[in-house]
Design a protein around this ligand. Structure first.
Ligand code: ADP
Ligand code: MG
Length: 227
């Protein structure tokens, strides 16, 4: 049987807000297989970003376990979590967070250089991905010279630069107009299918959610399947 790219088991996370304890995740379970694209649809404040941050090893669960592939992460120290995150996980946010003084190509090269890839290899891969995402003619441009949709496609290219097994996207089209959002989603979805990547995509867009492999929501801190 294939190993899930992401397996979340009985994850709990609470925040203290003044005098209140907010139980955001309370026994959340989730499994995503390679090549699967899952929509996370839930109202604001339901815990989507918390779930993504815990899945992406950016935040610790109070309880429970997160497997990235075969690796159990709850007992890992920060260094091991960071290395695992860099090699196995890519993030896309609502805002692109590209480095403004670097070109599109350099933005995609950088994480590969940090991972230790030689510059020629990193550039070749960056050209490939940017080309696949329809940005072959834009690689020398800085983020400020790109449209919103182009910026977000560069952010996607950067997220998958180190061939992660898991892509986590937090409302990646939330800041785009519908047509651009549609285009960015189409490229993202082609990339997932082509690469065998597993993707968890938080979105408010029900039309896009309907086109993913399955849909989940958060109810009382647990992951629940949607039709
Ligand atoms: P969503 O992404 O679905 O809008 P979040 O995961 O950002 O939801 O937040 C879920 C709940 O947890 C909210 O009530 C939010 O205020 C609270 N929360 C999130 N992060 C923190 C934090 N660092 N400290 C305190 N409360 C937090
Ligand atoms: Mg959020």
């Amino acid at each position: 049987m294939a190993t899930p790219a992401l397996l979340i088991a009985n994850v709990c996370r609470a925040y203290i807000q003044g005098e209140n304890v907010v139980r955001v995740l309370a026994g959340a379970d989730l499994e995503i297989m390679p090549g699967e694209m899952v929509a996370l649809v839930a109202p604001s404040g339901a815990g989507k970003s918390t779930l993504l941050h815990i899945a992406g090893l950016l935040e610790h669960a109070d309880q429970g376990e997160v497997f990235i592939g075969d690796t159990a992460t709850a007992g890992l120290d920060d260094g091991a979590r960071t290395r695992l995150r860099r090699s196995e996980i890519g993030f896309v946010y609502q805002f692109h967070h590209l480095l403004p003084e670097f070109s599109a190509l350099e933005n995609v090269v950088l994480p590969q250089r940090i991972a230790g890839l030689p510059v020629a290899e990193a550039e070749a891969r960056a050209r490939d991905i940017l080309g696949f995402l329809g940005l072959g003619h834009r690689i020398e441009h800085r983020p400020g010279e790109l449209s919103g949709g182009e910026q977000q496609r560069v952010a996607i290219a950067r997220a998958v630069a180190n061939t992660p097994r898991l892509l986590l996207a937090d409302e990646p089209t939330g800041n785009l107009d519908p047509t651009t959002g549609e285009h960015v989603f189409a490229t993202l979805s082609a990339l997932v299918k082509q690469s065998g990547l597993a993707a968890l995509v938080a979105t408010h867009n029900l039309e896009l959610a309907a086109r993913m492999d399955r849909r989940i929501t958060l109810r009382e801190g647990r992951v629940v399947a949607l039709p």
